[in-house]
Design a protein around this ligand. Structure first.
Ligand code: MSP
Length: 640
């Protein structure tokens, strides 16, 4: 049975970082695991999302055509995924003519079925997020990124998303695993229950896009274009529908609402499952270019190997939830789990087989207890991996590794070797350790393909690891007389201080290199836009006050908005809705002194009336940084 899975296709406005690498590592894991489960063929698509105003602008800024710019970044993704050992089958670029054809075909199907109509739209548009902001007035900021929206009037084609409320709810009900994890599914269900607006799916304001098969200069809106890449990649391969779309939680709505609706409208089969994982935070903060805390995978891989990074991310983070990355934690786990754990088990076991049995696997069935435990370990691990509980699966394997370690210590082969009467006990001990290592190696392969293959080669097994199926995980497959290979350390211990310094130095170099690739000067990132000068009387019109955050919570159905109560020494605290949720944990804001624009006309965001605005530095491409004070200031004080 086939298994077709995808990662998001990544925007070409940034090179890979550990966030995009995370989705890609997981997809690579799932591919290898599904193959082990016997699915055939297992096909994995990734790619680049190249159209849209942002790319058009970025390319122009550095004197390149959008095609040239997109090609440079797409090539960078391809190179880095290869270097990180990602075994994808298709890298689909939205600029690929084969993709254009699929997009037009879906549009025509939807049109034929009566789900497309022509309309005119005037609205506030955020060019950064490439979306219209509903209910916004000219000059209003984008509720997602805070940038000023621009008024745009266009004639576009609309997709009747509103017609799909009931079919979508039915889909979620009949296929409880269509959206995972469960909490995210509940968010989507309640969003859809709240009603769906039709969606404008073409633009005339953009040139860099796929021309729609209609009169006039319409190109497709980015999401109508991007999602379909999952189908274009496997055109004529008989692989559709996808079995799994792996994505981050930021783009779940597009995948769980728009995408199935587009397909239903076109009369095409729907993907089986959309799994939205959480955010990787860097030392508790969201990674962003403006904070300067983006972490890239290659500098890490150069020091620990790509496998250690994959292992760390999958072991440390419960899949589906947010989790943190830090260099310290990475090196800590590397030394504990890889150098001391798996690496030690491998070198100890194989060295003993060399030392006591001249590198030949002895004739024994191994310990019955351990054999039983191995079967149980395989069962639990496979079940966990199958449920996308990667961390639990890996934890189970490492539990097994530590039992084998203990077993070796208790049996003390170095003592048995000195006693003639213990020949068969020594045989049993060595067989047990070697067979346990073989099974462990096959089980960790989806997480650490390169390292597992090295240990596999040292075990001397000829069959390639990617051919091992579930039956190969059963106990007792190392045969007597089998000759093992040469032993070499797979995970040499790392010194934390020097390794971290090296990763940081390489990271600095990589950042510089990528800035050049993206045509940006690193310093230019934070340069404010030139604005016309104003007189003091204009500035005095803005009532800026010191406030203190009394409470903060996330706004329902929004990843980016926080609902705050801020005391500015008035009779009642102000309700303020701020687009800072990706940068600040609500709990951490309570008690913090902030700057509020107190005389801004009230404005409704997601049904909550915001009575003012919180002041923050808005840096290009990144999250906001709140203004604050170094000295203590009284609540309500005016800023002049
Ligand atoms: N081009 C769209 C996707 C279109 S899919 C048809 C897009 N691209 S993106 O480059 O912004 O990539 C977003 C994806 O990158 C997220 O959904 C997630 O998979 C991954 N991540 C980016 N930053 C991340 C973290 N900090 N943490 C975890 N994953 C993150 O959206």
């Amino acid at each position: 049975m086939k298994y077709y899975l995808t990662t998001p296709i990544y925007y070409v406005n940034a090179a890979p970082h550990i966030g995009t690498a995370y989705s890609t590592f997981v997809a690579d894991f799932v591919k290898r695991f599904k193959r082990m489960q016997g699915f055939d063929p297992v096909v994995f698509t990734t790619g680049s999302d190249e159209h849209g105003q942002n790319v058009e602008r970025a390319a122009k800024a550095i004197g390149k055509t959008p095609e040239e710019y997109a090609t440079a970044i797409a090539t960078e993704f391809v190179r880095q995924w290869k270097e990180l050992g990602i075994d994808y089958d298709h890298f689909i670029r939205t600029s690929d003519p084969k993709h254009h054809e699929t997009v037009r075909d879906l549009f025509e199907r939807c049109q034929k079925n009566g789900y497309i109509y022509k309309g005119s739209y005037t609205g506030q548009y955020c060019f950064h997020d490439e979306l219209y902001v509903n209910d916004a007035k000219p000059g209003d900021p984008c509720p997602d990124c805070g940038r000023t929206t621009e008024t745009v009037t266009e004639e576009n084609y609309f997709f009747k998303l509103s017609a799909f409320q009931q079919p979508l709810l039915k889909l979620y009900e009949e296929n409880p695993k269509f959206i995972q994890p469960e909490t995210r599914k509940n968010e989507i269900v309640s969003f859809v229950r709240g009603g769906l607006n039709d969606l404008s799916i073409t633009r005339t304001s953009i040139k860099w896009g796929i021309p729609a098969p209609v009169e006039g200069a319409h190109v497709f809106y980015v999401w109508f274009d991007a999602l379909i890449s999952y189908m274009s990649a496997v055109k004529d391969e008989n692989l559709w529908p996808a079995d799994l779309h792996l994505i981050g939680k930021d783009i779940l709505r597009f995948h769980a609402i728009y995408w199935p609706a587009f397909l239903m409208a076109g009369g095409l089969p729907l993907p089986k499952r959309v799994f939205a994982h959480g955010w990787i935070l860097f030392e508790e903060n969201k990674m962003s270019k403006s904070r300067g805390n983006v972490v890239r995978p290659l500098p890490i891989a150069a020091v620990t190997g790509a496998d250690a990074l994959r292992y760390f991310l999958m072991r440390e983070i419960t899949f589906g939830q947010d989790g943190s990355f830090s260099y310290d934690a990475l090196i800590g786990r590397y030394n504990a789990d890889l150098a001391n754990g798996l690496g030690n088990l491998a070198s100890r076991t194989l060295s003993m087989v060399h030392q006591y049995r001249k590198g030949v696997i002895p004739d024994s069935g191994g310990s019955g207890d351990i054999a039983q435990l191995a079967e149980k370990t395989v069962e639990t691990t496979v079940e966990a991996f199958d449920e996308f509980e990667f961390s639990r699966g890996l934890e189970t394997i490492w539990g097994f590794i530590s039992i084998i370690d203990k077993f070796i210590v208790e049996r003390a082969p170095w003592k048995l070797a000195k006693d003639e009467a213990c020949v068969s006990l020594l045989d049993e001990t060595l067989y047990t350790a070697a067979e346990a290592l073989r099974i462990t190696c096959a089980l960790v392969y989806p997480a650490m393909p390169e390292s597992a293959a090295k240990i596999w080669a040292q075990l001397g097994v000829v069959e390639p690891l990617d051919r091992v199926r579930e039956a190969g995980l059963r106990w007792g497959q190392l045969t007597a007389g089998h000759k093992i290979g040469t032993v070499a350390p797979v995970f040499p211990r790392l010194d934390a201080k020097t390794s971290i310094e090296k990763m940081q130095r390489l990271e600095d170099e990589e950042r510089e290199r990528q800035a050049i690739l993206l045509g940006k000067k690193p310093e230019a990132k934070t340069a404010p836009d030139a604005t016309p000068a104003i007189g003091i009387e204009d500035f005095a019109k803005v009532d800026l006050r010191v406030g203190q955050v009394l409470s903060a919570e996330r706004v329902k159905n929004s990843d980016k908005l926080l609902h705050l109560q801020v005391d500015i020494a008035e009779a009642k605290p102000r309700t303020i809705v701020a687009g800072i949720a990706l940068a600040y944990e609500p709990e951490k804001l309570i008690g913090r002194k902030v700057v509020i624009v107190a005389n801004l006309a009230p404005r409704k965001l997601k049904g909550i009336t915001s009575q003012g605005m919180i002041v923050a530095a808005s840096l290009e491409g990144g999250s906001p940084v709140l203004a604050g004070f170094l000295e203590d200031v009284p609540i309500g004080a005016r800023l002049k």
